[in-house]
Design a protein around this ligand. Structure first.
Ligand SMILES: *[C@@H]1O[C@H](CO)[C@@H](O)[C@H](O)[C@H]1NC(C)=O
Ligand SMILES: *[C@@H]1O[C@H](CO)[C@@H](O)[C@H](O)[C@H]1NC(C)=O
Ligand SMILES: *[C@@H]1O[C@H](CO)[C@@H](O)[C@H](O)[C@H]1NC(C)=O
Ligand SMILES: *[C@@H]1O[C@H](CO)[C@@H](O)[C@H](O)[C@H]1NC(C)=O
Ligand SMILES: *[C@@H]1O[C@H](CO)[C@@H](O)[C@H](O)[C@H]1NC(C)=O
Ligand SMILES: *[C@@H]1O[C@H](CO)[C@@H](O)[C@H](O)[C@H]1NC(C)=O
Ligand SMILES: *[C@@H]1O[C@H](CO)[C@@H](O)[C@H](O)[C@H]1NC(C)=O
Ligand SMILES: *[C@@H]1O[C@H](CO)[C@@H](O)[C@H](O)[C@H]1NC(C)=O
Ligand SMILES: *[C@@H]1O[C@H](CO)[C@@H](O)[C@H](O)[C@H]1NC(C)=O
Ligand SMILES: *[C@@H]1O[C@H](CO)[C@@H](O)[C@H](O)[C@H]1NC(C)=O
Ligand SMILES: *[C@@H]1O[C@H](CO)[C@@H](O)[C@H](O)[C@H]1NC(C)=O
Ligand SMILES: *[C@@H]1O[C@H](CO)[C@@H](O)[C@H](O)[C@H]1NC(C)=O
Ligand SMILES: [Ca+2]
Length: 426
């Protein structure tokens, strides 16, 4: 028994000590929480004070405000972040309907999980709110009015828009995968979803008049309205079942036939000779298409860039091919090996060249001949540059052998150039 007492006392002491530690720990946590709360409130108050002062002083440097805002966002909790957004909206800094110069960009601001929920004290009237580029997975808008809202380039995975009125809003290049547009009162017409990701998205009402250019709706639960007055605009859209809607097959080269002021679309390369445009009075042979064609001399070069970002999704699916066709000739050549060519350079998003393709005339091609080239477009292609030029033997170029007054420099011709992208599943 006597041996037991110290043990009992020991156990008691142990338990007591543990309890004391726990209480101390709880108190410490409580203190930390309070300290943190105070710290956050200070940051928040200071932020509002600073911005208000800038505003009233008319000393508005949006770059500084942007940095201050991002800095505040990195330290504050979601309630305070929400208050700041509403504050910035109220003072007119994040309105889509102002000019770019007057607008505060919040790209990269972390609004994950922030909630905007209408209540008797908060009306959630957010028309024209500009939140381009925010990082806001799990964000919630409930019973808000947000016509013309802008979420371009934003990351909105699993966002919820509950009974929101948001016609004419814009989600260009945003990621709204797994987002939910819920509610019978969800008014969502004419939304611009172009280039955005809507993978596994849910929308309770039929989608109406949306722009779905280059949009990925794979595995989404969306009903597309086919009511004639409410049709959606599909172009290079990946549909919920993984197939693609109509692929843009229209001509992508601007003035490939030399029928306008071609310099509007074709740029000259420095260090090269100009490409010329024929005119009717001197025309031999006749143009294939319209009234004129391109004349290319020794070392002539011109180019134009085709942006194919509007079908990036389709290109990356690896079923995209191109078709380049043109009429080519070198009738005024003194050397039978002279040729003219169309040279395609394919670039990725960082403008790094990833492929080259060439369509060229044959030797001795004295009259126009139709030629075409059709090939695969590599995934990640975002721009295609089209160069037109010649490969001529220059040894006889500048010598007018017979001193003929009718002598012209030799040249080649191109007319009716067409370039389109199409689906080709092998
Ligand atoms: C922009 O839209 C907001 C909200 O709809 C509105 O309060 C403001 O007056 C508009 N500003 C301009 C310049 O039209
Ligand atoms: C949407 O609003 C309607 C009517 O205002 C209401 O009946 C419904 O419950 C709301 N839906 C949700 C998901 O809140
Ligand atoms: C849809 O969006 C694309 C790309 O942003 C744009 O070029 C096109 O004009 C839009 N189409 C319609 C019908 O709004
Ligand atoms: C199509 O939309 C119009 C007006 O937008 C509406 O009056 C009509 O009832 C709709 N038709 C169907 C079949 O839903
Ligand atoms: C995929 O969905 C589209 C549009 O709903 C439909 O027209 C097409 O037949 C479907 N394709 C397949 C292979 O199920
Ligand atoms: C047609 O082209 C020729 C040769 O380039 C030039 O001399 C002539 O002035 C042009 N005529 C017209 C009407 O532009
Ligand atoms: C590509 O060019 C070939 C040759 O004329 C033509 O038969 C084919 O229809 C073209 N394809 C497309 C998709 O334009
Ligand atoms: C071009 O044509 C000429 C005469 O028709 C012929 O002598 C020559 O071999 C041809 N050259 C080539 C490269 O085909
Ligand atoms: C260019 O033409 C000259 C004279 O006709 C000839 O001697 C020379 O080999 C040609 N050069 C090439 C690269 O074809
Ligand atoms: C002809 O071409 C050769 C080889 O490309 C080059 O060295 C020479 O300078 C050119 N001559 C003229 C007159 O451009
Ligand atoms: C061509 O003209 C040049 C100078 O104008 C002259 O030197 C040359 O002899 C002439 N050639 C012929 C074949 O007449
Ligand atoms: C130049 O061309 C004209 C018309 O084709 C012709 O009458 C004349 O004889 C030619 N001149 C020379 C020097 O060949
Ligand atoms: Ca033409």
């Amino acid at each position: 028994m006597s041996a037991c007492l110290p043990i009992i006392l020991g156990v008691f002491t142990l338990i007591y000590t543990i309890q004391q530690n726990q209480i101390a720990k709880d108190n410490r946590l409580q203190d930390e929480r309070q300290a943190n709360e105070i710290r956050q409130q200070n940051i928040y108050d200071k932020y509002l004070e600073d911005i208000t002062k800038y505003k009233s002083d008319g000393n508005i440097n949006l770059e500084i405000i942007r940095l201050k805002t991002l800095n505040a966002f990195s330290q504050l909790d979601i309630q305070r972040k929400r208050s700041i957004i509403l504050f910035l909206y109220d003072i007119g800094f994040i309105h889509r309907n102002t000019t770019e110069k007057e607008r505060l960009r919040l790209d990269g601001a972390d609004l994950t999980g922030v909630k905007f929920i209408r209540s008797s004290t908060f009306h959630c009237q957010l028309d024209n709110i500009y939140l381009s580029g925010i990082l806001a997975s799990n964000i919630i808008f409930s019973h808000c009015r947000m016509w013309y809202a802008n979420f371009d380039q934003a990351l909105l995975i699993n966002a919820q828009f509950i009974n929101c009125s948001m016609s004419y809003s814009s989600f260009v290049s945003a990621d709204i995968s797994q987002a939910k547009f819920i509610g019978e009162a969800n008014n969502a017409e004419r939304i611009d979803f172009s280039n955005s990701k809507l993978i596994e998205m849910y929308m309770s009402l039929p989608m109406r008049n949306a722009n779905l250019t280059n949009t990925d709706t794979f595995n989404s639960q969306i009903i597309f309205s086919y009511n004639a007055s409410r049709v959606n605009y599909f172009l290079n859209t990946r549909l919920p079942n993984g197939t693609f809607s109509i692929i843009g097959t229209s001509q992508l080269i601007q003035d490939g036939s030399a029928e306008t002021e071609y310099q509007k679309y074709w740029l000259q390369r420095s260090g090269y000779n100009a490409v010329e445009q024929s005119n009717e009075s001197e025309q031999i042979p006749d143009a294939i298409d319209g009234k004129s064609y391109f004349k290319l001399f020794f070392n002539s070069r011109a180019f134009q860039d085709i942006n194919v970002r509007h079908c990036s999704l389709f290109i990356d699916s690896d079923n995209a091919w191109f078709n380049l066709s043109a009429y080519l000739a070198c009738p005024f050549s003194q050397h039978r090996k002279d040729i003219t060519n169309i040279y395609l350079r394919f670039y990725d998003e960082n403008l790094i060249g990833i492929k080259t393709e060439i369509l060229e005339s044959n030797y001795n091609q004295t009259s126009f001949k139709y030629q075409y080239l059709t090939e695969r477009i590599l995934p990640h292609t975002r721009q295609i540059s089209v160069f037109i030029g010649t490969i001529m033997n220059n040894s006889t170029l500048f010598t007018n052998i017979n001193n003929n007054s009718n002598y012209t420099k030799p040249y080649c011709l191109i007319d009716d150039m067409k370039f389109n992208i199409f689906k080709n599943i092998l």
